[in-house]
Design a protein around this ligand. Structure first.
Ligand SMILES: Cc1ncc(C[n+]2csc(CCOP(=O)(O)OP(=O)(O)O)c2C)c(N)n1
Ligand SMILES: [Mg+2]
Length: 332
């Protein structure tokens, strides 16, 4: 009788939690994002050792300590080069990059642009609170012109970056925005980002209860603007797909369809103020992922990717021999 070797372990969200001490402030939006990541990994039944989370530096960038997978707390702004390298070395790995708006769109923005244009298969979750939380609330690159948050002596003198438009220009092929306090919705977005074959960017609006006293949970929830009839708050955040928005640019989409979908994307990505859309803005299937492009040139790439190779013998002496790998590279 054949022995069934299929894995029987059922992972629960608790299996992705760690005992590490968490020093995020009470009420921080980071907790919602952390839960969404753990729940998504359980939803998808991805074994903890098959996932690596790379982060930069900041409050949000501490996330690898709290998720029971492999994780690297890298340098400020450097999560993406690590994520890209890991995915190329081990294409079987589920790669998540995570970090703050300061980390990813300030010091790390060059990597953001260059990662996007490669379309490597990873998911980047950007915690967007409009401030440098860890260093006491300076304006981050996403804080808009004229907004004065708690630590600023005067209103912000710079215009904020629209990271959805930047992600489009850079070449990300999956672009979404979530809200940290809507964990159920965010969990779906993260799943779709991981399932997407290519670079996925998920911007997450994440109130900072300590330093961002303008874009608060109450502000996003519209507590200051009530429906005159019902007296109920009118939330500023709304779901894109409520209005029949279709983010998909299918594999065989023609130029006209691509242009019209990009046009609508830009329109939606520019909405802010009393109407802030969340959901999937774009899923472009016309661009091949980077590993697929590599596999075109290196025929045995998926079978013999660098991480699958034996690199040392029992004594630790190197046995690395990449000859066969490079013999496959076609120079035309
Ligand atoms: C090279 C370098 N420059 C500056 C800093 C100081 N620093 C640490 S975290 C940070 C920004 C954090 O903001 P963000 O990425 O938005 O994360 P948050 O704390 O808001 O989650 C800065 C400027 C650093 N650690 N390294
Ligand atoms: Mg921040």
């Amino acid at each position: 009788m054949a022995i069934d070797l299929a894995p029987t372990i059922q992972y629960k969200a608790a299996d992705y939690k760690t005992e590490a001490h968490n020093d995020w402030c009470p009420g921080c939006g980071d907790f919602g994002i952390l839960s969404a990541v753990q729940l998504t990994l359980a939803d998808m039944q991805i074994a903890p050792h098959r996932v690596t989370i790379f982060a930069g530096i900041g409050c949000s960038s501490k996330i690898p300590h709290f998720v029971n997978t492999y994780g690297i707390h890298t340098l400020h702004g450097r999560s993406l080069p690590f994520a890209v390298g890991a995915k190329l070395a081990n294409p079987e790995l589920t790669v998540i990059a995570a970090g703050g708006d300061g980390d990813g769109l300030g010091i790390g923005v060059g990597h953001f642009v260059n990662a996007g244009r490669r379309n490597v298969d990873f998911t980047y979750i950007l915690f967007d609170n409009g401030v440098y939380g860890l260093t006491k609330g300076q304006a981050s690159p996403t804080l808009r012109l004229g907004v004065k948050t708690k630590s600023l002596p005067q209103p912000n003198i710079n215009e904020g970056i629209n990271s959805l438009l930047l992600a489009l220009a850079a070449g990300f092929t999956f672009i979404a925005r979530g809200y940290a306090y809507d964990v159920k919705h965010l969990r779906e977005l993260i799943r779709m980002g991981i399932e997407h074959k290519g670079s996925a960017y998920i911007n997450v609006l994440q109130p900072c209860p300590t330093y961002n006293d303008i874009m608060t949970k109450d502000w996003f929830g519209g507590d200051d603007r009530k429906d005159p009839q019902t007296g109920k708050a009118l939330p500023r955040v709304y779901k894109l797909n409520q209005n029949g928005y279709d983010p998909l640019i299918g594999k065989n989409a023609g130029d006209a369809e691509i242009q019209s979908k990009i046009g609508r994307f830009i329109e939606k990505a520019m909405e802010w103020g009393d109407h802030i859309p969340v959901g999937v803005f774009l899923k472009n299937e016309t661009v091949p992922s980077y590993d697929a492009r590599i596999a075109e040139r290196i025929k045995n790439y998926f079978d013999a990717a660098p991480a699958r190779r034996t690199i040392a013998d029992a004594e630790g002496k190197t046995t690395a021999d990449l000859t066969a790998f490079f013999e496959e590279v076609r120079v035309t």
